[in-house]
Structures are given as C-alpha cells and as structure tokens.
Design a protein around this ligand. Structure first.
Ligand code: FMN
Length: 214
C-alpha cells in the first residue's frame, strides 16, 4: 500500500452524487473498521449511528448547518459518532466479560488487574459529565480519522462534519434517552462531478513547520 497516495487522495468531499450508493459489503467493512478502532483502556464508550435511509436523512437534516445539509442529503451514508454519557458498573462489567469471552485473560489475576486499570483511568477522566465527554470525544476523533482513511482505501469519499447542532441532533434521535450524545459526524459516498474540492490541490504547511526531528 502506498501511504502517500492514500493520504493525498483522501479529501473533504463538498458535493456528492446522490445516485451512487455504498455497497452493503463495503459498509460492513467500514463498520467493522470502526468497531476495531482503539480506545483508551479499551473502554469503547461510544456508539455509531449509521444513517442510510432517505427517511432518516430527512429527519436529521434540520440539525445541520445549511452548507452541510446537501452533503447529508446526497451522500450515501452519514455516520454520527456518539459518546456514552455514563460508563456505569453494568457497562464496565459488560466490557470485562467480553474481553474474557474473547480470550484476553490467562487467569483470574490478569482479569482483575485489567479491570482495575480500566477503572483507574476511567476514574481519572470521569470527574464530571463534561470531563467524561471531553475524554470520550478524544477517542471518537480517533475513530473519525480511522473512518476517513479506511473509506478512502475502499475508494469511498467522505466529509468530516462539526458543522451541526449536537443538541438538536440528540433531540431528533432521542440520544439522551439512549445514554448517548453526538460528538462529530462523517458523511460517506461518491463525489459529484461538480465537486470543486475534488479538483483543488491539497494545501498543508511545509514539513519543517510541522515536525521536529531530534
Ligand atoms: C473535525 C473536523 C470537522 C470538520 N467540519 C467540516 C464541516 O462541518 N463541513 C465541511 O465542509 N468540512 C469540514 N471539515 C473539513 C476540513 O475543512 C478539511 O479537512 C480541511 O480543510 C483539510 O482539507 P482536506 O480534508 O480536503 O484535506 C472538517 C474537518 C475536521 C477534521
């Protein structure tokens, strides 16, 4: 794989071809890629709402800034990256049980140490609802980046989106009632012929501005 090609071919799609849909097989690969994204202490305090039907797209549209609405309308899918609003006892037990079922522990001591480490780090970051959301959001942005590049690897265009009203989106999808809150969004699909951004050269600061090699 050529990483230079991957990083330079990925760009922010500004307009999508509404006629082109992502195949089920590709969507499944992308969902599995998200599932396997890393999170601190494997807490996985997230949930991904995958919007693919015309009805659901129409429903969420009012939560998006005007310039982003056509992207949601015409993209094949929209992924809403949500944080769990609480990582409670039941949830911690569920993660631990799944790790055990997946064969992560050679013995009871390892299981207990793993659980204690996770609780310790979650405790450091769970000092208030805002602090927990801040920590969970960092994890979600890692997943966002994973999705943008994995989509490009499949030849699928994407748009990371912060231009939306999280409160409104939460209300429309009743996320609070599900113990979730929206953090960031990505649309996925195939760019339209008139997508101006597909033709523009990329612009980044020079390597010497961005890196220090010691
Ligand atoms: C977290 C994040 C949020 C963004 N939000 C939007 C957005 O709401 N609408 C949009 O058109 N582009 C959005 N962008 C795209 C950026 O403007 C774009 O990534 C940047 O200009 C670099 O261009 P490139 O992605 O084409 O390389 C967002 C990018 C990131 C990483």
């Amino acid at each position: 794989m050529n990483l230079n090609q991957l990083s330079q071919n990925r760009y922010t799609a500004k307009s999508y071809d509404p006629a082109r849909k992502i195949s089920l097989a590709d969507m499944d690969q992308l969902c599995q890629f998200l599932r396997y994204c890393p999170s601190s202490v494997n807490a996985q305090g997230w949930h991904f709402m995958v919007i693919g039907t015309e009805e659901a797209k129409k429903q969420i549209l009012p939560a998006f800034a005007g310039a982003n609405q056509p992207k949601v309308q015409n993209a094949s899918h929209t992924v809403i990256f949500c944080a769990k609003t609480s990582l409670d006892e039941t949830y911690l037990q569920k993660v631990l049980d799944k790790e055990e079922a997946d064969g992560r522990f050679a013995n009871e001591q390892q299981r207990q140490e793993n659980d204690a480490t996770r609780r310790y780090f979650i405790g450091l970051n769970n000092t208030s609802p805002e602090a927990l959301l801040n920590w969970q959001s960092k994890q979600l942005y890692i997943a966002l980046s994973g999705l943008l590049f994995s989509a490009q690897a499949l030849g699928i265009d994407s748009t990371p989106i912060e231009g939306f009203d999280a409160g409104k989106l939460d209300e429309i999808l009743q996320l609070k009632q599900k113990g979730l809150t929206s953090v960031v969004v990505a649309t996925l699909g195939y760019h339209a012929a008139d997508d101006f951004n597909a033709k523009l050269p990329k612009s980044r600061l020079d390597t010497e501005d961005l890196f220090t090699f010691l």
